[in-house]
Design a protein around this ligand. Sequence first.
Ligand code: TEU
Ligand code: CA
Length: 524
Amino acid sequence: RPRPAWLDQAVLYQLYPQSFADSNGDGIGDLRGIADRLDHLERLGVDAVWLNPIFASPFHDAGYDVSDYFSIAPRYGTDDDLAHLVEQARRRGIRVLLDLVAGHTSDQHPWFKQAARDPADDRYIWSEEPVRGFVPSPGPRPGHYLPNFFSHQPALNFGYARPHPDQPWRSPLDAPGPRANRRALLEIMDHWLGKGVAGFRVDMAHSLIKDDPGHRRTAEVWTELRARLEADHPEAVLVAEWGDPATSVPAGFHADFLLHFGGPTRGGALRSLWDNRAGTDLGPWNVAESTCYFDAGGGGSARTFLNAWRAATAAVGETGHIALPTSNHDFSRPVCGPRTREQLRASFAFLLTWPALPAIYYGDEIGMRYVPGLPDTEGSSTGPNRNRAGSRTPMQWDRTPGAGFSTAPEERFYLPLDPDPGRPDAASQWADEDSLLNLVRRLIALRKEHPGLGTGGTAEVAYDGYPLVYERDGRYLVAVNPRQEPARLALPGYGAARPLIAEGAECTRTGIEVEGFGFGVFGL
Ligand code: TEU
Ligand code: CA
């Protein structure tokens, strides 16, 4: 099946539109603001940006509660502003992906308001009787509806894998509601693809069909939608938010964000890869829950990560890519707790030399941190010590008072800036050849210059502890040490390796030595 060739070499960049750049001084980021900041992305070398939802919404879940899929939320701008962004990005060779919330709408969506009046309407999942997990109807229609995430996000009815006549809310897949909803997804995608966007990140793509063991029916529905979409848009990219690439990628998603990789930390792939507990000076990770959202578990390990990676890539084969994010708007940033900023250079060296499709969450390229202690903002909190706001603070562009994010007084910002007086910023880092930002730029450039370091193919792991050591393509050697202690591996045979980008890493006749937080990418 078609897979746009550009994706094979791509580096993705996710940005949270509220917090990237505010062009009109109202304290909320917007589309013009993003267009004004494309130089940063071009210089960095990214190929595509994906934006969290930008559609009309009451914003009780930061836009994941859509009230109109065909209009842009006024806070972000207009159709013209999107056209301007797409065009400016295109000139720089950058594609724009939007976020498609496929499984639910806002309870303010006209479809839901209609369904809450009309007992015959089956676009959502209603029961007259109370059912576990359902919430009471808000409208004149009696009964209860099924939410998909928050209670104000009613699940769209795509049917049940196992319908049952005694339980009338369990619609078959060919009932009118599910058919209308599938058609609507195609119309929405067609509409925005027609306006020049390159594709979508599909929110909770696994969630369409209810009571669907292994998501098999859901995968069939997406396979069908994908096939129909391709008739008009053969190059469209769909990136699923779906924990199981073995099911989602064969269903027509070009890539899949592996957020829960490796299990124990749930803080994104980079978190699960490094065992932060074991390093002597990395601090008390196990008490970090209040400061590091979703990081209570402490450590992952290279081994756990690699096992999960191998299983996933074996299942996916050549059918699509698996994307690996630095973090995202739902989880802790990689900088979260003592010394993790120092660890980040090695983390990026790994990410940008691994066969995954790399995705950088805005701000991680300068080492922005998870900011603890923020209030719930537009539904950012999902439970005690589960506040996602800390990973959504305004981009730190420069050292001016509003950090270059906005000219509004800071008390009017959507979220406050990181109050740390030493917070990193893009302007200072662009000016400093040794900064993280310039390292990320050089690593991306290296990846593009040497396709053998890029997406696809394999990594032959020579050592799965610390330093983590792997070969790419038989022509490159990578060694990364995310811990503070120096790591030495007695592994002869790499004495002639020449450093392409290395910091505190050396190959000798007898072995590989990597200083604490060091890394090396070598040519063989
Ligand atoms: O997140 C779905 C998801 O996987 C969540 O369960 C995630 O684990 C949670 O945010 C952790 O607290 C997607 C979006 O990424 C998220 O921002 C939305 O709130 C959610 O869907 C509902 O649309
Ligand atoms: Ca604005």
